[in-house]
Write a protein that binds this ligand. Structure first.
Ligand code: GAP
Length: 517
């Protein structure tokens, strides 16, 4: 755990040092849970978005995109249930004056029980040969006690959340003797509901009916445009609408770097289907989305499904795809069967029909919806936390040195290729290297670098995750060949200049990922 905490700190400082992520308005000491993406960060983020977008729209004849406005008519959020039910239960510690999410405090306690069970299993694994962890988990009395206790608490919390039973949440915190992490005291206020939407005023007059909200999810922009899109693209059910955009939530617990922010980006797709088919499509999209994550080379052991214990007000089935972040398994993507809740609500509040005429059934109905929703920033964090690697390599003098390398999947890397003259003071070399750079930048994102010794330039490219370095040396001037160095294997291959673009394109094009879907 200490190592993982250490790793997380290193990822945060590396992200800042190498232009991936900066704290927002840092010169004014930053703004809590708001971050800016730097020059490499924006490229990586754009590549993640592009991969998702192509996987959704280009690879599916029946999915189209939109880009709806952030501001929407305030009735949207009444209809969707966000005005009345988009709340987090919060509790304050009277001594530290710190505010927490009551459910997060309880989940933290449950995580500790899970850690204890896992530690017992790890200890036993060291003692026995041919150790069967599953069997041990289901038979060892101490592990069973931890697991059963955790399940009991999870069940009680789920019921309290579903029924908005704030008194019971407070009772759970008291019974478990949960202390404030800051003050160590158990001097808690009552649990209260806190709406997560940011509001502002539209127009010059601050009248009550001029209050509008910054959207807390992009999905509603899709729902209200359902018929516009269906009619203009002449899609038949089943069909989907995809969207990438900003969402805003006034999170109470806004920690863990870009994992939980107040301004973030979502990549959402609503798949409109006939009523009664939702469970088949729900399973279909669960599988498809997991495949998308695996296509990036993420090991299966780092991803898992986690069924929701308490369903959101709009869902009849919901699952998270969790990723093993440096702080443990947490939600990366949500897949929800949203029934006809949203369209029905919008039809009722707007008074406009949102029905679909199904020619096969010769009937009109409000479609059901299965949604896939992945946070772009969480995807970014999952890529960074898998990519950050420290390796021991010999330095120029043959002594042990540490190489920090971001092993970002090549098609997502901000810079695909760096072109480096072996030495900088030889004009023949720099001219040739620049010539190659100007050719290659037509095919993909490139950098030319001739500052410092070649070893330091390699390290710099490793630290920003550039998958290929092309080195131009004196032999290049004779045989028109260059060396391509692979970031991950460190192997160097000598190839003719006219083949470089094709070799690197093949390995860095998003097509190489799309082919795996
Ligand atoms: N339209 C459904 C919806 O918004 P959600 O589970 O609340 O569902 C979907 O959010 C995804 O958005 C999450 O899986 C997560 O990746 C991302 N997300 C949610 N809140 C976030 C936050 N405060 N900061 C960063 N990402 C967030």
């Amino acid at each position: 755990m200490a190592n993982q905490e250490d790793l997380f700190k290193k990822i945060i400082s590396h992200s800042k040092e190498y232009g991936y992520i900066f704290p927002s308005s840092e010169i004014y000491d930053g703004l809590s849970a708001v971050y800016d993406y730097g020059p490499y960060g924006v490229e990586l983020k754009n590549n993640i978005k592009q991969y998702w977008w192509k996987a959704m729209t280009q690879m599916h004849d029946n999915i189209v995109g939109i880009d709806a406005a952030i501001f929407m008519h305030p009735k949207t959020w009444k209809a969707s249930g966000h005005v009345d039910a988009f709340n987090d239960p919060m509790i304050d510690n009277k001594d530290s004056k710190k505010r927490y999410r009551a459910d997060v405090l309880i989940e933290g306690y449950m995580d500790k029980l899970e850690d204890k069970a896992n530690k017992e299993i790890e200890k036993a694994a060291k003692r026995f040969e041919n150790f069967d962890a599953e069997m041990y988990r289901s038979t060892n009395p101490r592990v069973l006690e931890y697991d059963n206790r955790r399940k009991e608490i999870a069940q009680r919390l789920a019921t309290a959340m579903t029924n908005a039973d704030l008194a019971d949440m407070k009772a759970i915190i008291e019974e478990l003797e949960i202390a404030c992490p800051e003050s160590g005291s158990r001097n808690w206020t009552e649990v209260r509901q806190f709406n997560l939407m940011f509001s502002t005023q539209i127009g010059a007059l601050a009248a009550e009916d001029s209050t509008i909200y910054l959207r807390p999810e992009t999905a509603q922009g899709i729902f209200v445009n359902f018929l516009n899109v269906q009619k203009t693209t002449r899609q038949k059910l089943p069909f989907g609408i995809a969207q990438i955009g900003k969402a805003f939530r006034n999170e109470i617990v806004a920690r863990q770097f870009i994992f939980r922010m107040r301004e973030f980006e979502q990549m959402e797709m609503q798949f409109f289907i006939a009523p009664g088919t939702e469970m088949d499509w729900y399973r279909h999209w669960k599988e498809k989305r997991m495949k998308w994550h695996l296509s990036l080379g993420t090991p299966e052991s780092m991803l898992r499904f986690h069924d929701h214990e308490n369903l959101a007000h709009y869902a009849n089935a919901a699952v998270d795809i969790q990723f093993n972040f440096p702080f443990g398994f947490k939600e990366l993507e949500g897949i929800h069967s949203r029934t006809d809740f949203d369209l029905k609500q919008h039809q009722e509040l707007s008074g406009k029909k949102l029905m679909y005429f199904d020619p096969e059934q010769n009937a009109s109905y409000i479609p059901y919806v299965v949604e896939t929703s992945v946070g772009c920033d969480r995807m970014f964090l999952s890529v960074m936390s898998q990519a950050y690697t420290e390796e021991s390599v010999p330095d120029a003098k043959g002594e042990d040195a540490t190489r920090i390398v971001l092993k970002i999947p090549a098609p997502l890397a901000p810079v695909k290729c760096a072109i480096l003259p072996l030495v900088k003071n030889k004009e023949e070399l720099t001219t040739k290297a620049r010539e190659i750079y100007h050719q290659l930048k037509m095919s993909f994102e490139c950098q030319y670098d001739d500052k410092d010794a070649i070893g330091r330039r390699y390290r710099r490219q490793d630290a920003i995750g550039t998958p290929f370095c092309v080195t131009v040396d004196f032999e290049t001037l004779e045989d028109n060949q260059v060396t391509i160095r692979d970031r991950d294997t460190l192997l160097q291959e000598r190839v003719s200049i006219d083949k470089v673009a094709a070799i690197i394109s093949e390995k860095t094009d998003l097509k190489s990922l799309l082919l795996k879907l």
